[in-house]
Design a protein around this ligand. Structure first.
Ligand code: ATP
Ligand code: MG
Length: 328
């Protein structure tokens, strides 16, 4: 059985981008693998101006409840909070020492994220190394993520290899697992920018927990193009392609099937049909979320139990890593 590792930062309200690119993929693959799903709260510290201590604690529990509401089953998968397993931070430090700055300087997410912050912390720059530690500490085989994480996964592979060359302990090479369609959902307000939960732009994102009326409203104002409807004799604009990708992910239809279904349809019709599919898919998730989040003691028990199991696995790796580098 392959080990799967993935995580989401508790930095905001999770979007349909997170759902399509990551969570729904975890659920679809859940029965095939040995799964480790993390709420990466240490990563959320990389933009400290955007968090408060109380807010981060709430969001962390929200994300955990949302994993379960989306269908992650705590009997089949570990669901835990990153900061509860200290080995992630320990390995991150060790990997920092073997990661060339030249590799890090090529990371495009750092460039785009640092544009929006006044004071850039070293942690934001170091984000990919902590992510490498998250993955490598479990010797994960597969990492189901959206396309925006491709570069970070590649650096994790390179760090693993370099660590092996330097110290003789070879981590498992983690492979990326991504959807063919929907690995990069774009903002509804701007189909050239990735939909992100931390963006506050109006009309940008659809939240997994948004109410049906809000979802419909967001889709109705989604940016398409100056045409009036889908015309397959012309190249489709990015906004239309994005709506079809969302529709395909929620209905299980291929791109070709979506195109055939909407050929000749007006944009109004396209938008409301996509919104209806999203609402239908998310309504049960929202209902389950409120039930799970309402039982906070039960939720904490699951997180504690999972963290203990994760820590035992991470520690087994760290015993070998410490031995290999000569510490501990
Ligand atoms: P932030 O703005 O805080 O970075 P985010 O929406 O990018 O938020 P992350 O916590 O960084 O979310 O990423 C969680 C997972 O969701 C990752 O696997 C990431 O690849 C995936 N993901 C994020 N945005 C999208 C998107 N627009 N389309 C598909 N997958 C996405
Ligand atoms: Mg992100």
């Amino acid at each position: 059985q392959k080990t799967v590792f993935s995580g989401v930062q508790p930095t905001g309200n999770l979007t349909i981008g997170n759902y399509i690119g990551a969570l729904s993929l975890w659920v679809a693959e859940q029965d095939k693998h040995d799964n480790i799903f993390c709420i990466v709260d240490l990563h959320a510290l990389t933009i400290p101006e955007a968090i408060t201590a109380a807010g981060l604690r709430e969001k962390t529990l929200d994300v955990a409840a949302l994993y379960m509401a989306c269908g992650i089953d705590s009997d089949r998968s570990l669901i835990f909070v990153q900061s509860q397993v200290r080995q992630h931070s320990e390995l991150a430090w060790i990997l920092n020492c073997v990661t060339p700055m030249g590799w890090m300087n090529r990371m495009t997410q750092f460039k785009s994220k640092s544009e929006n912050v006044e004071t850039i912390g070293v942690g934001l720059y170091d984000y990919p190394v902590l992510m490498a530690a998250d993955i490598l500490v479990y010797n994960a085989d597969l990492v189901p993520v959206g396309d925006d994480q491709r570069q970070h996964l590649e650096i994790a592979q390179d760090i693993a290899q370099r660590f092996g060359n330097l110290f003789g302990y070879q981590f498992t090479r983690p492979e990326m697992l991504a959807r063919k369609e929907g690995a990069r959902i774009m903002g509804l307000d701007d189909p050239t920018a990735k939909m992100s939960k931390s963006s506050s732009a109006r009309g940008h994102a659809v939240g997994i927990l948004d109410e049906p009326a809000a979802i419909m409203k967001a889709f109705k104002s989604a940016k398409t193009d100056s045409g009036s409807g889908v015309d397959l004799s012309q190249p489709l604009s990015p906004g239309v392609v994005n709506l079809m990708a969302i529709y395909g992910a929620f209905t299980g239809k291929t791109r070709a099937e979506c195109e055939a279904e909407f050929d000749g349809a007006g944009y109004g019709k396209l938008k409301t049909t996509v919104a209806d599919a999203v609402i239908a898919g998310l309504t049960p998730v929202r209902e389950r979320f409120h039930a799970i989040r309402g039982d906070e003691a039960g939720l904490r028990r699951i997180l504690d139990r999972s963290a203990e199991a994760a820590a035992a696995r991470a520690e087994a790796t760290m015993v070998e890593v410490r031995q290999a580098v000569g510490i501990g």
